[in-house]
Structure formats: C-alpha cells, structure tokens
Design a protein around this ligand. Structure first.
Ligand code: SAH
Ligand code: SF4
Length: 364
C-alpha cells in the first residue's frame, strides 16, 4: 500500500528475520554486514526491548532501523500455577489477540528430555481450523497465524518472567503448526541458531494432526527436529469420528507421508494417542496401532484424555489405560503413558482455548 510506505515498521518485525536476511538489509542501507551480528546479539543474548537500546550502533542507524522495522513484544496478562509445577502463561499480542504457552518443569523423555530440564509448549496460531472433536483449541475456530517473532517471543517472555532457561520446546499449544509451516520453520531457525536462542534441533518437536503434504515438505527440511503425529485412532472409522482432517488425509495417506518422512530423517517419530473412553481404547485399536507403529518404527505416547468443559468425552479407567499400554508393549512397541501435567489449571494439551479479552476481564 503506497500510502503507507515509509511508516515505521513497514518491513515487519526485526525478530522475524534470519541473520543472513538482516545482513542483506544492512548492505542495502550501505552498512557493514557485521552490524547484523551486533543486532542479533542485542535481540537474542542481551534481549533489549527497543532498537534505541542497541548502544554500539551509530545513532543514525538506530533511527533508520526504527523507521524500517518494528520490535514488538508480547505482554503477559496472567500466569497460573506454582513455581515448581506446570505454569500457564496468557499473552496479549500487539493486535489484542490472546494466546498461551505452558512451561513444564521436567521434559518428557520421549522428546529428548531429562527431569532437570524445562520444556515450553508454544502456540502457533490464534485458534485452530481443524476442529478435532475432543480439543478445546478448535472450539471457537481459527483467527490467524502467528508470525515467527510471536512464536520466538513466547520463549523470550517466559525466560524473562521466570529467570529460567528453557531447554526444550514442543509445538503443542494452540493451533496446527504445519498449517503455519513457513512461520514455524522461520521461528525454529531463530530458536535453533547459535546467533539466536541456541536450542538444539533434537530438543524441538513439532506436533501435527496429520497434514500429509506438509509432513512431506518437512521431511525435505535439513533440520533434525522431532515430529509427533497425533493419531488418536488406528482405523479410519475411529479417526473420522473425532478428527475431521482424516476425511482429507486418511490413515493410509498419512502413514505413507510418515514413511517418506522416515526415509529422510534419522529421528524416529512419535505417535500421540489420546485415550478416550469407548472411542479409541479397545484392544483391537491397540493391536492395529502397534501395527502402524511397527511399520514406522515409531514410539507411542499414550495420553489419558483431559476433560474439556462442554465436551462429552471422558478418559478410560486406569486399568483400561494400563491394558492398552500392555498390548503395545507386548508387541514390542516403545510406549509410555503420560503422567498428568497441568490438568488442574487447564494447561494440559488440548485445554488451551481461544480466549477473548472480554472473557478474561470477566474472570479477573
Ligand atoms: N495441532 C497439533 C498440535 C497442538 S495439539 C496437533 O493436533 O497435534 C497438541 C496435542 O494435544 C495433540 O496430540 C492433541 O491431539 C492433544 N490434545 C488435544 N486435546 C486434548 C485433550 N483434551 N486431552 C489430551 N490431549 C489433547
Ligand atoms: Fe487443532 Fe491440534 Fe486441537 Fe486438532 S488437536 S483442533 S489440530 S490444536
């Protein structure tokens, strides 16, 4: 829009740029490219919140940068949970939309974790368009994709608020990461880079409800990140009942995309499988799930369903959960049954819900 050209921040948020892009921008401004290194140092190591605080840059450069780029931040509206337990952070984005991240004190072993590590579960969209029948995030539909800087800022804001270093990141908050693949990959490059947040690719996991074409695209990415596939049903009949995406990409289409992924990656993938009473928790489903896991050499993470108010589903008894697990194990599948984290504060997976400012204000 020509009328708006020249307005501050027209080139977008500076935290959405990769180092190489920043170097190019600086060359275009007639500046030496080492300035880009200084800028990312201010952004990701010293973590200043205004361009003007980058005091080793010449003042005229700082003001030219401020004309071109914005440097946004996300504000914490509320934190739920105690210091030594799972904490849920509610953020307000620059446009007023609300999103959430969850900080989990110990990292689940399946995602490369250790008990003394901290995992953050980040959102990738405001809402979600995929409408899985069991999930809170899709209840109110989809608003918009998050930009790369809004994803990176979730980590920065949580580290700033807690003073704790995050070691592990899972893309399992609100939204479908593979439906926002470009921005998610951009954010991952920044999170992974030495000049950025420096978190190793093996400590980064993307979870998808099964967007088969995007799984193939991800397979072709050189980054050795982990992939978790939300299967939740071992037959089309069960999956169709709870996941509308299965009507677009059925199990065979999904599994063959996973085969393709495997042929490109060293890391084994994980199947996530929520156990929902009388929906997908039969012995037969467990046996078929084992077959799929064998085919993909996949690990299985069983998640007892977390109740969502307004939705009819319940979790199976512990006895049933254990039986389901034992069938997988008897078939030689590496499987775990997830222990509860954050259930009481609605911070468990699938309990992150699109919130409106008004709903928040009435609560507080
Ligand atoms: N959209 C992506 C990532 C976000 S959901 C996906 O679907 O994979 C992250 C995980 O939480 C998924 O495995 C999802 O199926 C699961 N989940 C959703 N609702 C849940 C609920 N009520 N209880 C337990 N897990 C849930
Ligand atoms: Fe969206 Fe994932 Fe929830 Fe399905 S489970 S509605 S894809 S966030």
């Amino acid at each position: 829009m020509a009328a708006e050209a020249g307005r501050s921040g027209d080139f977008g948020d500076i935290k959405s740029l990769l180092l190489s892009e920043l170097q190019e921008q600086l060359r275009n401004l007639g500046e030496p490219s080492y300035r880009a290194g200084q800028i990312v140092d201010w952004l990701y190591k010293k973590r200043v919140d205004t361009l003007d605080k980058m005091t080793n840059l010449p003042r005229p450069l700082r003001s030219r940068l401020s004309e071109k780029f914005s440097l946004g931040k996300i504000d914490i509206v509320r934190v739920l949970g105690a210091r030594d337990t799972t904490r849920k952070f509610l953020f307000r984005l620059a446009d007023g939309n609300l999103i959430e991240s969850v900080l989990i004190p110990a990292t689940p072993a399946l995602y490369g974790g250790r008990a003394d590590r901290r995992t953050i579960c980040v959102s990738t969209q405001v809402g979600c368009a995929y409408g899985c029948k069991f999930c809170a995030s899709g209840l109110e539909g989809f608003s918009r994709n998050l930009s790369a800087n809004e994803i990176v800022d979730q980590l920065i804001a949580v580290e700033r608020a807690t003073g704790e270093k995050i070691d592990n990141i899972v893309f399992m908050g609100m939204g479908e990461p593979l439906a926002n693949l470009e921005n998610v990959l951009r954010a991952i490059r920044i999170i992974n880079a030495e000049w950025g947040l420096g978190i190793g690719a093996r400590h980064i996991t993307i979870s998808t409800s099964g967007l088969a074409p995007q799984i193939r695209k991800l397979a072709e990415e050189p980054l050795q990140i982990r992939l978790a596939v939300s299967l939740h049903g071992a037959t089309d009949e069960v999956r169709n009942r709870i996941m509308p995406i299965n009507r677009r990409y059925n199990i065979e289409t999904l599994l063959s995309a996973c085969d393709y992924y495997n042929s490109h990656k060293k890391q084994r993938l994980t199947f996530e499988y929520i156990l929902i009473s009388d929906v997908n928790d039969s012995d037969e489903q467990a046996r078929l799930l084992s077959r799929h896991a064998h085919r993909l050499s996949a690990k299985v993470n069983l998640i007892p369903y977390n109740s969502v108010s307004g939705l009819p589903w319940t979790r199976p008894s512990e006895k049933r959960q254990e039986k389901f697990l034992s069938i997988l194990r008897a078939e030689g599948i590496p499987a775990t049954l997830r222990r509860e984290k954050g259930h009481d504060i609605d911070a468990a997976c699938g309990q992150l819900r699109l919130q409106t400012e008004r709903a928040e204000l009435t609560k507080s």
